[in-house]
Design a protein around this ligand. Structure first.
Ligand code: ZN
Length: 123
């Protein structure tokens, strides 16, 4: 037939046999991109686990202080937080992880990075 349907012309899906083929190609491209990202996230999470087992991290937690609000927190209650979240391209490196209390961890999850900065600057 030789007709070229523009990429993203997906609402034609199912109406025309040729469009169907084009659409399928379009759709299968995106999950592939996400798949790569998933692997990156898995890699960083694995690195975070290794970092959590390191002496460096244990020493940090032994101080028993939340890295965000400085509240005394028992080492067992401190969680590892990524300052720049992995999902936003943050890495599991010493400069990007901080022990924090559950309260801060929960609060940070709900806030946008900008709001979180404002929240911290008020402390
Ligand atoms: Zn805290």
């Amino acid at each position: 037939m030789g007709i070229h349907f523009p990429v993203g012309f997906v609402h034609w899906y199912g109406q025309n046999p040729e469009t169907k083929t084009v659409s399928r190609k379009t759709i299968s491209h995106d999950p592939f991109a996400f798949h790569l990202e998933d692997n990156d996230i898995k890699k960083e999470k694995q690195k975070a686990r290794e970092l959590r087992n390191s002496q460096w991290w244990k020493r940090k937690c032994d101080k028993g202080i939340c890295g965000y609000c400085n509240k005394p927190t028992s080492p067992g209650d401190l969680t590892m937080d990524h300052i720049v979240p992995i999902a936003r391209g943050g890495k599991s490196v010493k400069g990007n992880v901080i022990p924090c209390c559950k309260e801060c961890n929960n609060q940070k999850k709900e806030l946008l990075p900008m709001e979180w900065e404002q929240f911290l600057s008020k402390k």
